[in-house]
Design a protein around this ligand. Sequence first.
Ligand code: MRU
Length: 359
Amino acid sequence: MIRDQMLAAEKVKALEWRDSALYLLDQRLLPQQEFWQRYDSAADVALAIREMRVRGAPAIGIAAAFAVVLAAQQHIANQVTNLPLALEADFKLLAESRPTAVNLFWALEKMRSCLKLAVQHQQPLQLLEAQAVAILNDDREANLYTAELGLQMMRATNPTQQHVMTHCNTGALATGGFGTALGVIRAAYLDGLVSCVHVNETRPWLQGSRLTAWELVGEGIPSLLNVDSSAAHLMAQGKITWVIVGADRITANGDVANKIGTYQLAVLARYHNVKVMVVAPSSTIDMQLSSGRQIPIEERAGEEILSVGEQRIAAEIAAFNPVFDVTPAHLVDVIVTERGCVEQPTAEKMRVLMQGESL
Ligand code: MRU
């Protein structure tokens, strides 16, 4: 029942694969302009990822998977004799497009494994395309399931209507569909559990005010935009029950890298007795890294802080612009994935989750 409502509620997409090409909705232009662009080369997709025309950990991974298909198409059309060798440069370019979201490297690894089988096949392109499509569809399916799990977790903790806070954009625009944290919020609203979503602007790129607000308002979900620095004030008023966020990389001990500002929200949440839910597909979990200290944190151009749009607003000062931070596992109340929920994450609980044993 809730799933039917969820499917009916979904209105936007970040990307589409059709006619052997990738189409991306340019997220730099939202919400003013809905501009879809066709991509035919891996180099152009790598640039689109770097420039954040497509963004959000799962969507980056999906775009990169299709970029590998585009590269293979070109190499095959050019009659290369050694497809894996020809694709090496494309894998490298894509891997260098953004550093923090592990979904990018996860998706490239899936495509690399598929390539090993594909080269022994009569029609390697078909296999590569099927793998990229599966990455897209599996992500959407995982999101629909985690939305239900997150909703159940919220209801079990507090069955009354409540206000929640979210940061960055974790919706359909950031994923293969429906969203991670925003998916849970959407499902909880449809189930009558959420009466207001407090949307953090998410300086400096404004994923909250431009993208999350656009998705929520488009679906008629009651929401209010606030500056990032009003989070403590809002929590002190006592209405917010959950901070619900996504993740770009979760390490083996349950530490969470997410959009800059998430860590301070988690600190504030603990102080104000507000719970923190992190929602992510298991492709965001990096069991190779033992703690969040090992996660590469992307630093972007200071220009993003110094100007708004084309307009310079800051004095003549240099800027420091790390765009992710790491929330230690002990500040996270629950990690929700399609494999299940991990409450008060620890290395042991993460290992059990990823090995598929019941928690
Ligand atoms: O820099 P962005 O916009 O790619 O950062 C996105 C985030 O930090 C999201 O919270 C995260 O990728 C989860 S998206 C489902």
